[in-house]
Design a protein around this ligand. Structure first.
Ligand code: SAM
Length: 291
């Protein structure tokens, strides 16, 4: 009979009768989570897709051994990547999400009644199906008719669309594998062309602690393409380093409306968060001043 550990990828192991996921972040940093149960585990055309039930973070989406989002802290990231740009563009009608397979960002965007269409371009249909079926704390089993799922490479998709979207949210995995090109200057140039004249974009730009080089490159690339660029942060416990960054590029100066209209059921974003999220620690201000 096959034992459970024989069918699992090597980063999920049974040790002393306990199941552990070890995320291999880098040579000198590995993060382990004790796992109650393997809910879903299948390779897709692009990556290995798992939904695990962990002791401290509840259910989590794991792609190629990297934790993407969890029941406990997924709302922090998903609210920050969606409500901040949607508050800065309070009249958005057409929104594009690139990546975002856990459906959390689309679920947050769908809370705005004035948004007419949300196009979600995710390369891997298996991630969406797994999260809708087994990670409803994050996906909410999203079935809003304004959300159109398009299974395609975000890089190719933006090349074909001009002057179409009010807000583009780039909710990508780390810059390895299929997501690598989502961090390139060419891609951001096409994102700019896919936006309407008064549109804005946001992307997750990695850890200011561990990936400052990627954050600086992203900030500089976006700053060369858009007249207005700004970084904001939030703390997401399951992302290495905790502190996480998001970068906005906009054709118009960035300011929140006098009267913020934040959906009633957010768990993280509120008016205070809008006021402080662009306040950066000194090391980060200094790093971003160097072009
Ligand atoms: N919140 C997460 C984080 O920062 O770790 C990421 C959210 S989401 C799960 C990232 C998604 O981007 C994945 O489902 C992945 O399949 C998708 N993705 C990666 N490369 C892509 C591409 N080139 N086009 C569209 N989607 C892509």
């Amino acid at each position: 009979m096959k034992r459970v550990q024989d069918t699992l990828p090597p980063y999920v192991k049974v040790e002393n009768g306990e199941l552990w996921l070890t995320e291999d972040d880098r040579e000198n940093l590995k993060i382990s989570y004790r796992i109650k149960d393997v809910i879903f585990s299948e390779p897709s055309e692009f990556q290995h897709v798992m939904i695990l039930d962990s002791y401290d973070f509840g259910r989590m989406l794991v792609l190629d051994g990297v934790v993407q989002t969890t029941s406990i802290d997924g709302h922090i990231y998903n609210e920050m990547i969606s409500h901040i740009p949607l508050q800065l563009h309070p009249a958005a009608k057409k929104v594009l999400i690139i990546g975002g397979g856990d459906c959390g960002a689309a679920r947050e965007a769908a809370k705005y009644p004035h948004i007419e269409e949300i196009h979600m371009v995710e390369i891997d249909e298996k991630v969406v199906q797994a999260c809708k079926a087994h990670l409803q704390e994050v996906s909410g089993n999203l079935s809003d008719p304004r959300v159109k799922f398009i299974y395609d490479d975000g890089v190719a998709f933006v090349r074909e669309h001009k002057n179409e979207y009010d807000v583009i949210i780039i909710d990508s995995s780390d810059p390895v594998g299929p997501a690598e090109a989502l961090f390139s200057r060419d891609f951001y140039a096409n994102v700019r062309r896919a936006l309407k004249d008064d549109g804005l974009m946001v992307c997750q730009s990695q850890s200011p602690i561990f990936h400052l080089d990627i954050l600086r490159r992203t900030y500089n690339n976006i700053g060369e393409l858009f007249p207005h660029v700004k970084v904001y942060t939030a703390t997401v416990p399951t992302y290495p380093g905790g502190l996480w960054s998001f970068t906005i590029g906009s054709t118009k100066p960035l300011s929140f409306p006098e009267q913020a209209a934040i959906p009633a059921d957010t768990k993280y974003v509120n008016e205070g968060i809008l006021k402080q999220c662009f306040e950066l620690p000194q090391f980060l201000k200094t790093a971003l001043e160097k072009r």
